[in-house]
Design a protein around this ligand. Structure first.
Ligand code: ZN
Length: 146
């Protein structure tokens, strides 16, 4: 019960007062992410310097889970090395699939509140949208300026 309340409060808070939902000038990487099954869309913008993500933001439209998850994600990855951000994304994806260890879930801090969506398949794709877009942006974007 407590977990459920925390989950709802956290989603509401990040939707009402998102910290990173705004345009970002001079981004080094811009990538659109879409979750057609729910109609969620995000445009993820990152600034990178060497192998460090120095700033990030997103604009988008979609359900509370997709937008809140992306906002939480940006708070966790800004200032981190790209490799560390990718490792977090990997952990998050495994958590949503129910494959992460307790220790891994704990290390995801605020994002771990989304662990419950693992039990809601329709919501899982919403929670994954930001992280999936991030992985693609960092790993597979041939236009990324390094
Ligand atoms: Zn959604």
């Amino acid at each position: 019960m407590e977990t459920k309340n925390f989950y709802n409060e956290m989603l509401t808070e990040h939707n009402m007062h998102p910290e990173y939902k705004h345009a970002l000038e001079d981004s080094d990487i811009v990538l659109d992410g879409v979750n057609p099954s729910c109609g969620d869309e995000i445009k993820l913008c990152l600034k990178v310097s060497g192998d460090v993500i120095t700033d990030g933001a997103f604009v988008g439209d979609g359900c509370a889970v997709s937008q809140a998850s992306t906002d939480i994600m940006l708070g966790m990855i800004i200032g981190k090395k790209k490799d560390d951000a990718l490792a977090m994304a990997d952990k998050f994806m495994r958590m949503i699939r129910g494959k992460a260890t307790g220790e891994e879930i704990e290390s995801l801090e605020e994002a771990s509140a989304l662990r419950d969506v693992a039990h809601m398949p329709a919501r899982a794709k919403c929670a994954l949208l930001g992280w999936r877009t991030l992985s693609e942006a960092l790993g597979a974007d041939p236009n990324a300026k390094i």
